[in-house]
Design a protein around this ligand. Structure first.
Ligand SMILES: Cc1cc2nc3c(=O)[nH]c(=O)nc-3n(C[C@H](O)[C@H](O)[C@H](O)COP(=O)(O)OP(=O)(O)OC[C@H]3O[C@@H](n4cnc5c(N)ncnc54)[C@H](O)[C@@H]3O)c2cc1C
Length: 399
C-alpha cells in the first residue's frame, strides 16, 4: 500500500500541526477545566478552525465537512489526537463523527437536512444509545429496549447507559428491538430521537478519566413511552446491526487514529525524561530496562501506525476491513496503555501529577480496551475469521 504523504496531505498536516501548536496546546489546561470559560474558548477555537478551512476533516464536502477519505483522515488525526481537545476544536469528536457518517450513508434527504447538516456544522451535538445496563454490551443481540410502531409513530421504551455526550445533546440515535420475531441480527432498528422528546431522562454516570460535563459525559438514558415520527427510522427496518457495523467499524479506526497521537506524545515525553533525569551515576536513558521500553514502544507504535493506515486504505477502497479493524482495535488499545504506562514509570512520581499530561492520558486510555467492543471480543472476531478461512481451505494471506 501507498503510505507516502501526498504533497496536499503533507501541507495539510503541517497546517493542523501549526494550529495545534498555536491555539490548542497552549490552552490545554484551560480547556481541561471544562467550565463556562472553557466552553467559550472552544467556541472561539472552532470559529478559527472553520475560518482556516480545517473544520470537520472526518467527512466529505457533500455533508459539509472538509474530509478527503479515510487514509487522509488517519494522517490528520495522528496530529489532532495528540490531545483529547483536538477533536472538539476541529469538530470531529466521538460520537458525533460516527453519527454523521451513518446519517450520510443511511439517512433520508429530510433526515440529512434536519440532523446531519447542523451536526457537521457543530450547531448541535448527538449521542449514540446502544449499550444497556441489564444485558451484555459486548453481545448486543440481547438488547432489550423496544420500539413499537403505533400509527405513524414509534413508541420507545427502555434503559440505556454509556450514551456518550448525551448531556446537552440535540438528538440521539437509538438502537431498539422493532422486530422481536426476526433472527438476532434482524430484530433491531436505529431511530433518531430528539433529546427533548417527552419521556427521555438523561443522567451522567461518572467515568474514570472523564470530567463529566456536556460532551464528556457518559449517560444513562431512560426512554419511557417516547414518541417519535415513523419517519425517524434510520435506514431500513431491521437494519440496526448493519448500520451499527457501518458505524462502529470506521468509528473504531477513528479512535485508533487519535490514539496514535496519544502514543507518540507519551513516547516523546518518555524519551525526553530518560535523557534528562539522572540516577545511579547516569541518565535513565543509559539503563537497559528504560532502553528496552523505548525500543519496544517504538516497534509497537510503528506497527500500530502501519496497521491503521492499511485499514484506512482498505476502507477507502470499499473493503469492510473487518479483520483489520478488529485487529488494530485490540492491539492499539494495549499499546496505547502500555506506552503511556512506561512513560509514567520513567517519570516516577512526577508522572502521577498533573505537571505532565500523562496521568490524564492514562485514565482516558483505559476505556479504549472496553468501548466499541472489549479486547476479548475483537480477538475472537479476528481468530474466528482467520480460522474459518483455513477451515474452508482458503488459508490466510497477510498482503
Ligand atoms: C468511555 C466509554 C464510552 C462509551 N460510549 C458509548 C456510547 O456512546 N454508546 C453506547 O451505546 N455505548 C458506549 N459505551 C459502552 C461500550 O460500548 C460497552 O461498555 C462495551 O461494548 C462492553 O459492554 P459491557 O460494558 O456491557 O460489557 P460486557 O458485555 O458485560 O462484558 C464484560 C467483559 O466481559 C468480557 N467478555 C465479553 N465477551 C467476551 C468473550 N466473547 N470472550 C471473552 N471475554 C468476553 C470482556 O472482558 C468484557 O470487558 C461506552 C463505554 C465506555 C467505557
Amino acid at each position: 500500500m501507498e503510505v507516502e504523504l501526498t504533497p496536499e496531505i503533507a501541507e495539510l498536516r503541517e497546517r493542523y500541526r501549526a494550529f495545534m501548536d498555536a491555539h490548542v496546546f497552549p490552552n490545554e489546561d484551560a480547556l481541561s477545566s471544562e467550565d463556562e470559560e472553557a466552553d467559550a474558548l472552544v467556541a472561539e477555537l472552532r470559529a478559527k478552525a472553520k475560518a482556516e478551512g480545517l473544520w470537520a476533516p472526518h467527512i466529505g464536502p457533500e455533508a459539509g465537512g472538509t474530509g478527503r477519505g479515510f487514509l487522509a483522515y488517519a494522517l490528520l488525526n495522528e496530529v489532532i489526537g495528540r490531545t483529547v481537545w483536538g477533536q472538539y476544536v476541529f469538530g470531529c469528536q466521538a460520537p458525533d463523527a460516527g453519527n454523521a457518517e451513518i446519517l450520510l450513508m443511511f439517512g433520508s434527504n429530510e433526515q440529512k437536512e434536519r440532523w446531519l447538516r447542523p451536526l457537521v456544522a457543530g450547531d448541535v451535538r448527538s449521542f449514540f444509545s446502544m449499550t444497556e445496563p441489564d444485558v451484555s454490551g459486548a453481545d448486543p443481540t440481547g438488547l432489550q429496549t423496544t420500539a413499537v410502531l403505533d400509527g405513524d409513530e414509534w413508541v420507545i421504551d427502555g434503559r440505556k447507559w454509556f450514551s456518550s455526550g448525551a448531556e446537552g445533546a440535540g438528538f440521539g440515535i437509538v438502537m431498539a428491538v422493532t422486530d422481536p420475531d426476526e433472527k438476532p441480527h434482524g430484530r433491531m432498528s436505529q431511530i433518531v430521537v430528539p433529546a427533548d422528546a417527552p419521556g427521555i431522562e438523561i443522567a451522567a454516570v461518572p467515568v474514570m478519566g472523564h470530567r463529566g460535563r456536556g460532551w464528556s459525559t457518559h449517560c444513562e438514558v431512560r426512554y419511557t413511552s417516547v414518541r417519535v415520527p415513523a419517519a425517524n427510522l434510520l435506514g431500513e427496518r431491521g437494519a440496526g446491526f448493519k448500520i451499527a457495523q457501518a458505524r462502529l467499524g470506521p468509528g473504531r479506526i477513528h479512535h485508533v487514529m487519535r490514539w496514535l497521537g496519544q502514543m507518540e506524545r507519551a513516547f516523546e515525553l518518555m524519551c525526553a525524561r530518560a535523557l534528562e533525569r539522572e540516577a545511579f551515576g547516569g541518565p535513565l536513558a543509559e539503563k537497559q530496562t528504560v532502553q528496552n521500553w523505548i525500543a519496544d514502544s517504538a516497534a509497537e507504535i510503528y506497527a500500530c501506525r502501519l496497521l491503521t493506515l492499511d485499514a484506512a486504505h482498505k476502507i477507502d477502497r470499499g473493503d469492510e476491513a473487518r479483520v483489520e479493524i478488529s485487529l488494530i482495535k485490540f492491539y492499539a488499545a494495549r499499546v496505547l496503555n502500555d506506552v503511556i504506562d512506561r512513560a509514567i514509570q520513567v517519570h516516577g512520581a512526577l508522572g502521577l501529577t498533573n505537571e505532565t499530561p500523562l496521568a490524564a492520558m492514562s485514565q482516558m486510555a483505559r476505556g479504549g480496551r472496553i468501548y466499541d467492543g472489549p479486547d476479548e471480543v475483537h480477538r475472537m472476531v479476528v481468530s474466528r475469521r482467520i480460522l474459518k478461512a483455513f477451515a474452508e481451505g482458503e488459508g490466510w494471506t497477510f498482503s
